[in-house]
Design a protein around this ligand. Sequence first.
Ligand SMILES: [Zn+2]
Length: 216
Amino acid sequence: MVQFIEKWIGSAQYAKKSPYAMKAETITVHNTANDASALREIDYMTTNDRYVSFHTAIDDVSIVQAIPYTRNAFHAGDGANGEGNRSSISIEICYSKSGGARYKQAEENAVQYIAVLLAERNWGVDRLRQHYHWSKKNCPHRIRDEKRWASFVARIEAALRTQRFHQHMHYSVVEGANAFRVQSGKYTTKEAAEQAAGKALASGALHYVTIIGVKE
Ligand SMILES: [Zn+2]
């Protein structure tokens, strides 16, 4: 069970870490190149005096957000007015230095979380960027070195389909219901309804393909 922790940097830190309001356009993926937990990464980022920051760190058990996605973070290395630093949500995946099981879980947590961020914004995976994209830094180093960027994006795309599926589901369940029908749409003619039902049957929906005529 992954926990989501909000550990905001506080407005006193904004001048150094997040001086600008932001309209996010993309999501940038990083590897920490370190072996610290998400909470430790956030603590370090928050307490040092450098003009370096990121929005969220993810490890094997936690997703920790420090900066709201409506404010910028200095994570991309493309300058104070760079597109990466001014319009991209930054996600740090922890434990990438040594890799192993906890990194693998951190990466999977990032896949699921990034899919949620995309779904919430009605974005596709074309919004994803590597840190490398902004400033040619070899980051996310582990994903890049292992030549897994394409498969990493494909995993997010698969998770995104599930997210959208859940977003579009609507429930109408009576108390004590012991059968659940799936209605796939509403049609203005019986022929169109039959055609849609035929398609559903053909795609393997064997149960509860029911045509219901209503007056509304
Ligand atoms: Zn990076």
